[in-house]
Design a binder for this molecule. Structure first.
Ligand SMILES: [Zn+2]
Ligand SMILES: [Zn+2]
Ligand SMILES: [Zn+2]
Length: 145
């Protein structure tokens, strides 16, 4: 695996302490929100404005070094698992997000019956459900069956 500094340089992004810290935070906490990332970055390098974190996330996303996902009703989340077409499973209660490998692997992995003349390059697949922790919490109050 190449270092984060090399990764930035190879993609034409100047190496700065802020960019390195954001990359590390995203790698260390997949599917974190910008606020989560800002918190981790502050622990590591001290003061950094929210806007600065957003700016760095924007640059890294644009260069495809990180991937931005935004499930409906959730804040944007970031991860450094890029270059594959994996999907996400999101908890309706707490927003916990986990990776689901795509069974096809390449986008678009779903073929519509009628493409209406579009050249389709992606099918956005999000699985929704209740995570084990929330299932456990809800148990005494109500039964799901
Ligand atoms: Zn949950
Ligand atoms: Zn993911
Ligand atoms: Zn798929």
């Amino acid at each position: 695996m190449i270092s984060h500094s090399d990764l930035l340089r190879r993609n034409g992004v100047a190496v700065t302490a802020q960019r390195l810290a954001v990359l590390r935070a995203v790698a260390g906490r997949p599917h974190a929100t910008a606020d989560d990332i800002a918190e981790d970055v502050r622990t590591e390098i001290g003061t950094i404005s929210r806007q600065a974190v957003y700016n760095v996330l924007g640059v890294l996303t644009e260069k495809l070094l990180i991937r931005r996902i935004q499930p409906a009703g959730s804040a944007a989340r970031y991860e450094n698992r890029t270059g594959d077409n994996h999907h996400h499973l999101v908890c309706r209660d707490c927003g916990k997000t986990v990776d689901i490998d795509c069974t096809v692997g390449k986008a678009p992995c779903l073929t519509p019956a009628d493409h209406s003349g579009f050249l389709i390059d992606e099918a956005e697949v999000v699985y929704w459900g209740i995570c084990p922790d929330c299932l456990q919490k809800d148990k005494p109050a109500e039964s799901l069956s």
